[in-house]
Design a protein around this ligand. Sequence first.
Ligand code: CTP
Length: 474
Amino acid sequence: MLAGKHVVCGVSGGIAAYKAAALVSALAQKGGHVHVVMTRAAAEFVSPLTFRSLTGNPVHSEMFEEPKVWKVEHVGLAEQADLAVVAPATANVLAKMAVGVADDFLSTLLLALTCPVFAAPAMNRAMYRHEATQHNLALLRGRGVRMIGPAVGMQACGTAGEGRMSEPEEIVAALEGFLARRGRWQGRKVVVTAGGTREPLDPVRYIGNAGSGKMGHALAEAFQESGAQVVLVTAAEREAAVGVKCVRVMTAEQMRTAVLEEFAEADVVVKTAAVADYRPVRVAEKKIKKDVGGSGVDSIEGDGDAERFGKDNDGLGTDGNGTCEDGSVCRHDDGRLSVELVPNPDILAELGRIKVNDIRKPSGIGRTSSIGKQNGIGKPNGIGKPNDIGWKKPFLVGFAAETHDVLAHAEEKLRRKNADMFVVNDVTQEGAGFGGDTNIVSVLFRDGSREEWPLMSKTEVARRLVDVIGDRMT
Ligand code: CTP
């Protein structure tokens, strides 16, 4: 796994720096090209010569020393690195990473890195428990740094507790596990939907919901980082990770079209999007005006209490019978405004139907069937087919945000929509609401099993989901 990989090993100044020698040695023995970067304090504990001898590479410490290769060195190393691990990661270096301080070679390099970064915290248990350290750890986790440990045990200060650096073998195992999990996504296509759809009422207004797109964008990034080919169909106005194909949509109908276009070759579809269940029957061509007198809105003859935004004025048709049943936006005499809504297609349920039907009829839907054609996905593909390792393609994952009877609702949706897995959260719980950076989820599987996950950053939830989906598919 590690053979041929460029691994940056950051060593900061704690007594556990002596264990970094064993870590560096193990990484080098596994064929990794190890580049050690030490803080000045670390060099007080272990000589740079130790690391140079173990790796056969120069050891970096000072920003302004004579360069070992002719390139801005921290940038050169950052570009080259496949992985980085800071071990030991002291409270000080974690704090610098959290706020982006760049005052020595290691902290400057850490800011320039774009590869996955791991840290193995090591410090006295009181320092570890301190609110400032915990805050920094949470910030870093949320930003994607993977923490290994710390372990509980005897500490250099003579007391026992949480804060010991994980053993070098555990750190190596964590790095190898990461690389192994990443390898299995190579060549697989994943479609993720994100954000709350917006259903327009007129050119300037829409009916929307609280879906922020954070979870879906985090998932797209986690899949991309794992080596999958990712298509993100998003209704959220936020950046997509580099390397992700991003399809921007607004409405449920647009999302459906985009998903069906990508569905045929997908190995996994994850629907985190909060899709509006209804949309206005019609969209007014012109802005709907507040003031009846000044709006030029047609009066409705006959009903005595409502006016409709007529086609001539607002682009909405009237049926002339004095009701609002043709889908117009109606203003009533008492100031109320009513909007008629129609159901949107249920995209996940439609994908589930296509998949299940294809299993039942091997030569049918998803290849050239009427449903396949109707959905514009008549291409030959593997939809609904058991592949050589047994799971049915594509693996369908739904999300549900609930306020009550959380598990019962999710279980019912999983069955009704023919999903393979459902991720559900109770939005009334602190830390699990819309728009936040954290989530608390339950993961339900088709076989009836379930996992309950504690409060985690959305980045961590996303990464864990990538692993769990990968496990269920293999
Ligand atoms: N979903 C979808 N299309 C819809 C509605 C929902 O694809 N029109 C997907 C969502 O992306 C999500 C899952 O179905 O993955 C569950 O969404 P949710 O809104 O919780 O389910 P609904 O069936 O709409 O039920 P309700 O809104 O009544 O809770």
